[in-house]
Design a protein around this ligand. Structure first.
Ligand SMILES: [Ca+2]
Length: 308
């Protein structure tokens, strides 16, 4: 009987008891689950769209400048400084170049860059005579200096740069052999004021051991060529003086035929011969091929110009 009552109560309870009350008797049970399988609460809807942003908040206090900001300012300052230094450096270089040019004009390395005509002190300390970019090594124009001198005088030079002079074979050897190439130019003037010139594009003087042997080639000029005449080519000849006969003649050409020179047997160029207003002797100062005669020269200027 009791069992009957209990079963009846269970059957009745499924309809009369609440879901909560029923769950007291069912081990696994959801209180929100309806008896017909539905849910007591409604299903979750989809997530809605975000709401509008709120108004801006008040501006905060400005913070201290960071490390990157300091570095940027520093780089800017250094860049400006470098640009200014570069400008100053360019200005200094330009000024230095101008000063170097002025210095070069005042104390040139050689006559080639000298503007002054006449006596000139070179940067080496040597005093020379320059003429339009050439260095003069023989100058005669008034007969004030005796050119009939022995070997040692021609070796070391004599006379005065302010008047007549011979520079010296030793210096001429050093000048022409320290250069890549040298030229020889000789200017002539007669007693009537006429002038002419002879130029040789290759000119060099050997050492004393070769008796200051002459190397000469490439004539041009208005005075004619008295050095490379086919019968008496003086290229390759050694220097002769009154006390040292190095010529190819039976005589001593320096003593008998026109003074110290690079004689062969003997030759038509005698620029160290006797200076005379009237002499037409072959012992007088001559450049034969200018007027095809001996003598008649008032002045001669022998000069050298070199490329280094
Ligand atoms: Ca001889």
């Amino acid at each position: 009987m009791n069992k009957f009552i209990f079963l009846a109560s269970v059957l009745l309870g499924t309809t009369v008891l609440s879901q909560q009350q029923q769950c007291r008797f069912v081990p696994v049970c959801d209180e929100n689950q309806r008896p017909d399988g539905g849910s007591i609460k409604g299903d979750k809807g989809e997530v809605g769209s975000p709401g509008k942003a709120g108004p801006h908040g008040p501006q905060g206090i400005k913070g201290e400048q960071g490390l990157m900001g300091d570095a940027t300012v520093l780089i800017h300052l250094v860049t400006n400084l470098m640009e200014k230094l570069e400008q100053q450096s360019n200005l200094l270089n330009e000024t230095s170049r101008k000063l170097e040019k002025i210095y070069e004009y005042v104390t040139p390395v050689s006559c080639k860059s000298a503007l002054v005509k006449g006596r000139q002190k070179l940067r080496t300390g040597d005093e020379v005579y320059c003429d339009n970019g050439w260095q003069v090594f023989q100058h005669r124009y008034d007969g004030s200096e005796n050119f009939n001198k022995p070997w040692e005088d021609y070796k070391h030079g004599f006379g005065n740069l302010s008047s007549e002079f011979w520079l010296g074979l030793e210096k001429l050897h050093q000048i022409t052999t320290s250069a890549r190439r040298c030229r020889l130019r000789i200017n002539f003037r007669d007693f009537k004021g006429s002038h002419s010139y002879a130029e040789y594009r290759n000119f060099s003087i050997g050492s004393e051991s070769s008796s200051y042997q002459l190397t000469l080639a490439g004539f041009s000029g208005s005075a004619g060529d008295s050095m490379l005449v086919s019968s008496i080519i003086q290229n390759g000849m050694r220097f002769s003086t009154v006390d040292r006969d190095n010529d190819l003649d039976g005589r001593n050409c320096a003593f008998q035929d026109g003074g110290p020179w690079w004689h062969k047997n003997c030759g038509y160029a005698r620029l160290n011969g006797l200076w005379s207003r009237s002499s037409t002797s072959d012992t007088s100062m001559s450049w034969y091929h200018w007027k095809n005669r001996w003598g008649g020269l008032k002045s001669s200027m022998m000069k050298v110009q070199c490329d280094y």
